[in-house]
Design a protein around this ligand. Structure first.
Ligand SMILES: Nc1nc2c(c(=O)[nH]1)N[C@H]1C(S)=C(S)[C@@H](COP(=O)(O)O)O[C@H]1N2
Ligand SMILES: [Mo]
Length: 539
């Protein structure tokens, strides 16, 4: 029908598509800046980038998540956010080019992104209500209007500035017919205003955390009524390259889903204990907690996502209140004594849920509501003001950071966050051992080489560590003194290394007499098993 009609060039007018792309970027930037400003009035976590990132984390299959943790480690979150921003920039640029010809469609595209951001914000487990959609909605509306206005400046003068550019209108005129000066002025003004709005939003969001920082700075932890015994002299093997017996806070591994570390004001913090079999529900303030008897214990924490030989284990000296005491006060009775609840679900301020066996936290072990880590208040990244630590259980079934709620329930009736995503309901720590030195592919000189590392079997205790060179016999390593059965143990073994390539393998036996199985298993659903080995070339 229109075969003979001359096809209009898709992007007539020389620089217009480029200007359109710039307009799209400015509109996208404005949308994010306004969203940041609005998020300061709602919640910093409701901003679109954080919301979309968080929603992406919630929906990432375990395999991909593990891959990301493995490859990007603790910077996995930065990589995710950078990826989201890059995608947004590409979309904004495309929408800008589209808007040169289809003004309305371009603007509508921005609104669509706002809808995605809003849906993501509302889907987060910590969403506080419909207001969480506001940053995305208001930001996208501002961006859409701006793109519409900017695209208006790109219309050929003959088409009339007010009307949407129909293909027929834009086809004919060429060149510098459009309002270049008007576009540059409008785009620059919009960019400047966005920088202002974004900076103001940032500042306001930053100020929110200030009370939290002040409450942590002011905090002086009371002395524990039950101090930890001194670490035995012999708990450290004098071999360079072994993980320090106590892991400094700054190098303690961090695994969580929080894109923004929650900054909780300790003076406003409350912990609620309620649920099945709780005869006297309780709400505790931070001061209430500090007035109780504090115990100090060395406990090694490990992550279920730790691969054999991996770094997600750390040992700290914690100070806290015994969780069992608080539970008993509320009238909670463990299942073995007839209590109705077998699962304790801890919930954090960021909506994370973790489920621990009530039996385990009440069986006499040092399950803590921890307030201190290595002599200082918990760092924000490790759960300030209060977190749980339970010896012998992987972090994802016990170590709730930024805790604010404890609900007694059953495994039958409730699946917490990670269980919903395919991880195990019950996950005691598996016995593991790791060679810290020599490092993989090291090139030590022939002669005596010290092989050393750590082994853990929290709450059972490590009884024996053995090392094998190539396919040789297992040799018993020298075990450092035990601090407690809840902490890891260092070990070492002098090896007469001969030239050539060698494989060193380690395995541990816990105090129940069980030796680590050889067979490697995946981390999901209940933790990696198998022997750690390291290949070195002796020169
Ligand atoms: N609120 C919250 N608590 C959490 C998590 C989380 O994602 N959110 N991750 C858990 C996991 S999987 C582990 S292994 C430990 C890690 O504690 P760390 O970061 O202090 O080492 O925290 C646990 N507590
Ligand atoms: Mo974990």
């Amino acid at each position: 029908m229109t075969d003979d009609r001359k096809k209009a060039p898709v992007f007539p007018g020389g620089l217009r598509p480029a200007a359109g792309a710039v307009g799209g970027l400015v509109a996208g930037f404005a949308a994010l800046a306004v969203a940041e400003l609005v998020s300061a009035a709602v919640r910093p976590q409701a901003g679109p980038v954080i919301a979309v990132g968080g929603a992406a984390i919630d929906r990432t299959p375990a395999a991909l998540k593990n891959w990301a943790i493995r490859n990007f480690g603790t910077s996995d979150k930065l990589v995710l956010q950078a990826g989201i921003l890059l995608l947004l920039a590409l979309f904004a640029l495309t929408l800008g080019i589209v808007a040169v010809r289809f003004r309305f469609a371009g603007a509508a595209g921005v609104l669509l992104f706002g809808a995605v951001g809003a849906a993501a914000a509302l889907s987060r487990p910590d969403a506080s209500g419909p207001a969480d959609a506001l940053p995305s909605v208001v930001g996208a509306s501002a961006g859409a209007v701006l793109l519409y206005v900017l695209a208006g400046r790109l219309l050929p003068r003959s088409a009339g500035a007010g009307s949407p550019a129909a293909p027929e209108d834009t086809g004919a005129p060429r060149g510098p017919d459009w309002d270049r000066r008007g576009f540059v002025v409008a785009a620059s003004a919009a960019a400047a205003a966005s920088v202002g709005a974004g900076a103001l939003g940032r500042a306001l969001n930053g100020a929110r955390g200030r009370d939290a920082v002040a409450s942590r700075d002011r905090l002086v932890l009371p002395a524990p009524t039950s101090p930890a015994p001194a670490v035995p002299r012999g708990a450290r093997v004098p071999v360079p390259g072994v993980s320090p017996f106590i892991t400094p806070n700054a190098s303690f591994y961090r695994v969580d889903t929080a894109l923004v570390v929650p900054r909780v004001d300790a003076t406003a913090w409350r912990l609620r204990v309620h649920g099945e079999g709780v005869r006297r529900p309780l709400t505790l303030s931070f001061d209430d907690l500090l007035r109780r008897d504090l115990v100090e214990r060395d406990i090694t924490l490990t992550c279920v996502s730790n691969e054999v030989g991996g770094p997600y284990a750390g040992n700290a000296r914690w100070i806290g209140v015994r969780l069992a005491e608080v539970l008993a006060e509320c009238g909670v009775v463990p299942p073995s004594r007839g209590g109705p609840a077998d699962q304790l679900v801890a919930r954090s301020v960021d909506g994370m849920t973790l489920g621990s066996p009530v039996e385990d936290v009440m069986d006499g072990r040092d399950a803590l509501l921890a307030v201190g880590m290595n002599g200082e208040p918990l760092p924000f990244a490790h759960g300030f003001p209060v977190r749980m630590v339970v010896p012998g259980l992987y972090g994802f079934v016990s170590a709730c950071k930024w805790i604010e709620d404890i609900e007694l329930t059953t495994f039958e009736s409730y699946d917490p966050y990670w269980v919903e995503r395919g991880w195990a309901r019950r996950a005691p720590v598996k016995t593991q051992s790791r060679i810290d030195t020599p490092k993989p592919f090291a090139r030590p000189a022939a002669g005596t080489v010290m092989v050393a590392g750590v082994a853990w079997a929290q709450h059972r205790g490590v009884d024996k560590v053995e090392v094998r060179v190539d396919d040789g016999p297992w040799r018993t390593a020298d075990l450092a003194a035990e601090d407690s059965r809840d902490t890891w143990r260092q070990w070492s073994l002098p090896w007469r290394a001969t030239a050539g390539s060698h494989t060193l393998t380690v395995r541990a036996t816990d105090r129940t007499g069980r030796t680590q199985p050889e067979e490697r298993t995946r981390t999901i659903p209940d933790g990696a098993a198998g022997w750690h080995s390291v290949v070195v070339t002796v020169e």
